[in-house]
Design a protein around this ligand. Structure first.
Ligand code: URA
Length: 291
């Protein structure tokens, strides 16, 4: 998507794309314009916008016609344009392409707020389990790797408790640059950066994504709710705005962010319940405790 797209417009386009994705629609074709009556054909079928908005049960095959707001029409193609890694089956190669596309990113304000480097993500490109945190802290900014500070040590222990190693999973964040003072990423920063994360997830095709904390959960699920409401269940997850013909999405679970668990260790038992739910889904058994 063009980097100077108006944030409100970007949001509107992303929401529209997500809406169509939820209907199972991934293909967007530009129809020739005829004067003011610009229209868009979705999945080979023209869709009347007013019907789509009404929430009416509709069969895409039966629906006719038109009228996506012109600004959205112009930009939806940026959002849905085939990504350069699309069709690259080698997951490591696909990730490399995404990293190259990201470049020395200056798309949001974080690039001029003291970041030392971009923290792309780390781990196994074929991971079945993928963790998503919020954003790099000082240690991650220094080392260029997510979750290497105190929170990272706890996450590493959580992964080990599941019978896995850091090398077997993939770890990334909603934003790839350190927010100053370790503040939470702002909405525009998350919305600018998260499409790259969505592409990473689609390239890796994990079985389960674990969102660490509310920022990750709300961004990935595009919903606002408390951690109590978000935890304790699986969501069906497909990365927004990315077409993956050979992958039907995965499960997503929400648990507490390790930084929160460091502040309130009494909640570790609750987090362990979340991870056990994930382990059952992946057929994992906790390693036997060594004495
Ligand atoms: N906290 C996060 O959310 N991510 C990191 O990479 C480190 C700390």
């Amino acid at each position: 998507m063009s980097s100077n797209l108006d944030p409100e417009l970007r949001r509107a386009v992303a929401e529209r794309v997500r809406y169509y994705n939820e209907l199972g629609i991934y293909d967007f074709y530009r129809r020739e314009r005829s004067g003011a009556a610009a229209s868009v054909t979705v999945a080979g079928v023209e869709v009347r916008d007013s019907q789509a908005e009404s929430g009416e049960e509709m069969s895409p095959r039966k629906v006719t016609a038109v009228a996506m707001p012109a600004a959205i029409e112009d930009n939806i193609f940026h959002v849905m344009a085939p990504k350069p890694e699309q069709g690259v089956s080698d997951r490591a190669k696909a990730l490399k392409i995404i990293r190259e596309d990201l470049g020395d990113c200056t798309r949001c304000a974080l690039h001029k707020q003291g970041r030392k480097q971009i923290v792309f993500g780390v781990g196994n490109p074929k991971a079945e389990l993928l963790f998503v945190g919020e954003g790099p802290g000082a240690d991650e900014d220094e080392q260029g790797e997510p979750f290497v500070g105190r929170s990272g040590q706890l996450l590493t222990n959580m992964i080990k408790a599941m019978g896995l190693s850091r090398e077997q999973v993939y770890i990334a964040n909603i934003v790839k640059c350190r927010p100053p003072g370790n503040r939470a990423p702002e909405r525009e920063e998350s919305e600018t950066c998260s499409p790259f994360l969505m592409r990473q997830i689609a390239a890796i095709k994990p079985k389960v994504v674990v969102a660490l904390g509310a920022v990750a959960a709300k961004t990935l699920l595009a919903m606002s709710a408390s951690m109590v409401q978000l935890r304790g269940r699986f969501y069906n997850f497909r990365p927004a705005g990315v077409r993956s013909p050979d992958w039907d999405g995965c499960k997503l679970a929400v648990t507490y962010h390790p930084a929160f668990l460091l502040r309130d260790p009494r909640q570790k038992g609750e987090a362990w319940k979340d991870l056990q739910m994930v382990m059952r889904e992946l057929g994992l058994k906790a390693p036997k405790a060594t004495t």
